[in-house]
Write a protein that binds this ligand. Structure first.
Ligand code: ADP
Ligand code: F6P
Length: 320
């Protein structure tokens, strides 16, 4: 291929810039032109294209967000939107595309592939909700952001003898909650992959109180079907604890990417461009047991993420 494109789509994730940098510099290294498409699939429809050179990706490796911007595009889900997108790619002579995004973006990529565009997906989302890869770009940074928040809340919890419910992102996936909760010493972790039992949670907190534990952290993933305020109310009805709530929200989507996220972004973007160079059919690039790999895009989107539920007993064993 002589001219390829790259876009970022869905929720932004720390490390997307590292991926853009690696893709652009790999393409230029192999004498391919690379076009940046702004605002994800929306920019594909609007024809918001710009040529990328070596300098255009200078000084972005360490920055959160995405210099190409991102969007959620309803128009792209329609026949008409996709037809315009493909026609714009053809008009611009773009022979293949790198799409950095989450599972929704991959479904969009698959639609493009069905219309004859060669698309390489690289996993960009803080949620870690993609089944075919061990990790997604941005997840490690988000977990570390949550960990920092837990540490800070722990300080004030301990001074005031309080319990705090911290809500974390992740859509229907509990990974951010599970990993940040276990490594941050949370007393309870509520994730959508497990049933919610408020009576059991209240008893656990009260048992802790009886043992002399006078402050606690509860991590609740956003995919658990109860608001932090409702959960607080229901716990207040069952305990005599002083309970506060914190919703971390978009804090988790920003910040400098960790080394792990930069590495994942760099390796997967580099591989994606090499696959386009070699004219592969559409693939999803991921990381498994520390190794970068690719598999057909249509197969990758079928794989459902399984939560690491073997970690749950450890939380009960270790949080005392
Ligand atoms: P993420 O990629 O982070 O999961 P979204 O689910 O919002 O984020 O998806 C990003 C974009 O991908 C959507 O705005 C839409 O343009 C496109 N997309 C999502 N789902 C589909 C689908 N089923 N078919 C075609 N395009 C889709
Ligand atoms: O997919 C990333 C994510 O941050 C989810 O964790 C969250 O549910 C969602 O995006 C929020 O989306 P928006 O930016 O559209 O509010």
């Amino acid at each position: 291929m002589k001219r390829i494109g790259i876009l970022t789509s869905g929720g932004d994730a720390p490390g997307m810039n590292a991926a853009i940098r690696a893709a652009v510099r790999t393409a230029l290294y192999y004498d391919m032109e690379i076009i940046g498409i702004e605002k994800g699939y929306e920019g594909l429809i609007e024809g918001s294209f710009k040529g990328m050179d070596l300098a255009s990706v200078g000084d972005i490796l360490h920055r959160g967000g995405t210099i190409l911007k991102t969007a959620r595009s309803e128009r792209f889900k329609t026949e008409e939107g996709q037809r315009i997108a493909v026609s714009n790619l053809e008009k611009c002579g773009i022979e293949g595309l790198v799409v950095c995004g989450g599972d929704g973006s991959y479904r969009g990529a698959l639609d493009l592939a069905k219309r004859g565009v060669k698309v390489m997906g690289i996993p960009g989302t803080i949620d870690n909700d993609m089944g075919y890869t061990d990790y997604t770009i941005g997840y490690d940074t988000a977990v570390n952001t949550v960990l920092n928040a837990i540490s800070m809340i722990r300080d004030t919890n301990s001074s005031h003898e309080r319990t705090t419910i911290i809500e974390v992102m992740g859509r229907e996936c509990g990974d951010i909650g599970l990993y940040a909760g276990l490594t941050g010493g949370a007393d309870a972790i509520l994730i959508p992959e497990l049933p919610l039992d408020i009576d059991e949670l209240a008893s656990k907190l009260m048992e802790g109180m009886k043992r002399g534990k006078n402050h606690s952290i509860i991590i609740k993933a956003e995919g658990v079907d109860i608001s932090v305020e409702e959960l607080r109310k229901q716990l207040l009805e069952r305990t005599n604890l002083d309970i506060r709530t914190v919703v971390l929200a978009y804090l988790q989507r920003g910040g400098a990417p960790t080394a792990r996220d930069r590495m994942l972004a760099t390796l997967t973007a580099n591989r994606a461009v090499c696959l386009l160079r070699d004219d592969y059919e559409s693939q999803a690039v991921g990381m498994s047991r520390g190794e970068v790999f690719e598999m057909p895009l249509d197969e990758a989107v079928q794989i459902k993420r399984e939560a690491d539920l073997y970690l749950i007993p450890l939380i009960d064993m270790l949080s005392k």
